[in-house]
Design a protein around this ligand. Structure first.
Ligand code: FAD
Length: 452
């Protein structure tokens, strides 16, 4: 790609600044236009207290961009799930085979700020309050509306990349094209951001190095530790029905609901009512579309191309892995049209796979993690992994601690689920596992995983 090309990114959320750093490093001129004000200067409530689980795929992309080191001060390692029963009983289930396999809690806002700082320090220009209202698919001109002054402008560039999230304006433009495929599927569940306050000593009031879950059948509360001693919590609840956002409308019903469902959490949430009524109820959607690109001129990446529900903790990791894959292709091919074409063809199966796994994992998190049979299967999984390292790797680990394509993780996960069914269904103790049968199943059904 001869000459200094100009690339316009729409959206300075989590992926835009990371991609910008890498494009700038490759000699491109990069500008980002972001709809919101600069969160470093303006206090923004929504999304402020959400913590995200960052794992291997995301860390790999941050490391490649040279910014992972500086994230160390804003992450907290989570070694496993801590399940809270209604009576307050705690059950800990490790995420990985040992303490090298942990996930990292990071505040969305802190991560966004760190990435924007890093991008600007390297020379990326970020323009705030600039809402993209349209895009000319032929000329590549982007139309922008200034949210403060009300002025409109158009900006030209060689390539436009939509890192503008699940409600992407660039994708809306692509929807007008002939043969553009698009589907969106909302869950009938919503979510609400809440917080567990730090203790009077400023420290965490419950185990720091865990992702806490209060699984309650058809609903759940989760909490991820933050570096300020608080926990960012998310309540997942149906929109309608007996225990739902529809019925929890006044202070008395909310308090009563929390006291009966999450008694050990409610005492740690002094701002419960303020949070509950002050924060919006979010919705969750799976978006699939194709193709993600037009004429070597425009590309969708991250949530704009494939928004997924949050239950595998992979949306961000997947979006960051998009960057790794796109940049790998950019280093191999000389024109944007080929890069975009190949990106779409190598990546689409994998983003479809993680979208489906994320929906499946909702049932696991809100319901099955409290089931003793499920916990027993998890123990057997870890025993099989210890005996057949690199061959039998639990699905959660393939997705979270490895970089094998998501579609491979999904396919091997299905095979292993069948094997676990055969090995576990008639036993209650790990000592009774039929290791001969396990050996023949593993040898017959699995090959070494490999990794990328
Ligand atoms: C409740 C919840 C919990 C989650 N937990 C996890 C987790 O634990 N782990 C994980 O990996 N992922 C998680 N995710 C998913 C993760 O947040 C997303 O996948 C990730 O933010 C996608 O990054 P992105 O850059 O594509 O989009 P975003 O981060 O959404 O950024 C898009 C940006 O574009 C801007 N924008 C939008 N429209 C326009 C426009 N017209 N013009 C200009 N700018 C625009 C937005 O203001 C925003 O700044 C979670 C999501 C939710 C909702």
């Amino acid at each position: 790609m001869a000459g200094k090309q100009k690339i316009t990114l729409i959206g300075s959320g989590l992926t835009g600044p990371l991609l910008a750093i890498e494009l700038l490093r490759r000699g491109f001129d990069v500008e980002i236009f972001e709809r919101r004000p600069d969160m470093r200067k303006v206090n923004m409530r929504a999304g402020r207290s959400i913590n995200l689980a960052l794992s291997t795929r995301g860390i790999h992309a941050l490391t490649q961009a040279g910014v992972w080191e500086e994230m160390q001060r804003i992450i907290i390692k989570m070694k496993g799930r801590m399940m809270h029963s209604v009576s307050g009983e705690l059950t800990f289930q490790p995420y990985g085979k040992d303490e090298t396999e942990v996930i990292n809690s990071i505040s969305r806002a802190e991560l966004n700020i760190a990435l924007m700082n890093a991008a600007e320090e390297r020379g990326v220009q970020i323009h705030f309050n600039q809402r993209c209202t349209g895009f000319d698919l032929k000329s590549g001109a982007v139309y922008l509306h200034d949210e403060v002054t009300g002025q409109n402008q158009s900006v030209g560039s060689d390539v436009v990349i939509g890192t503008d999230g699940s409600a992407s304006a660039i994708r809306t433009e692509m929807l007008k094209l002939n043969r553009f495929n698009f589907s969106q599927q909302y869950l009938n569940y919503g979510y609400k951001e809440l917080t567990i306050a730090p203790g009077s000593d400023g420290m965490h009031q419950i185990e720091t190095n865990a992702l806490h879950i209060w699984p309650r059948g058809n609903l759940m509360l989760i909490a991820l530790p933050n570096i300020d001693g608080a926990f960012g919590c998310i309540l997942f609840l149906p929109f309608e029905g007996p225990d739902s956002f529809e019925v929890l409308k006044d202070e008395a019903s909310v308090l009563n609901f929390f006291q009966t469902r999450f008694p050990d959490a409610v005492s740690l949430m002094p701002h419960l009512l303020e949070n509950y009524f002050g924060n919006p109820t979010g919705s969750m959607v799976t978006i699939k579309c194709s193709p993600w690109h037009v004429n070597g001129k425009a590309l969708l990446l991250g949530d704009s191309a494939h928004a997924i529900v949050p239950f595998f903790g992979q949306g961000l990791n997947c979006a960051f892995e998009d960057c790794t894959i796109l940049l790998g292709l950019l280093d191999q091919h000389a024109d944007w049209a080929t890069v975009f074409e190949k990106f779409d063809s190598v990546r689409k199966n994998d983003t479809d796979a993680i979208a489906d796994l994320a929906v499946e994992n909702f049932v696991e998190m809100r319901d099955r993690v409290a089931d003793p049979r499920f916990l027993f299967r998890k123990k057997i999984e870890l025993a099989l992994e210890a005996k057949y390292p690199g061959i039998f790797v639990p699905k959660y680990a393939m997705v979270t601690f490895h970089r094998v394509p998501y579609s491979v993780a999904a396919q091997r996960g299905r095979v292993q689920d069948r094997m676990l069914g055969e090995l576990c269904d008639s036993i209650d103790r790990i000592e009774d596992l039929d290791w001969d049968k396990a050996e023949s199943l593993v040898r017959r059904e699995l090959t070494p995983l490999g990794d990328s």
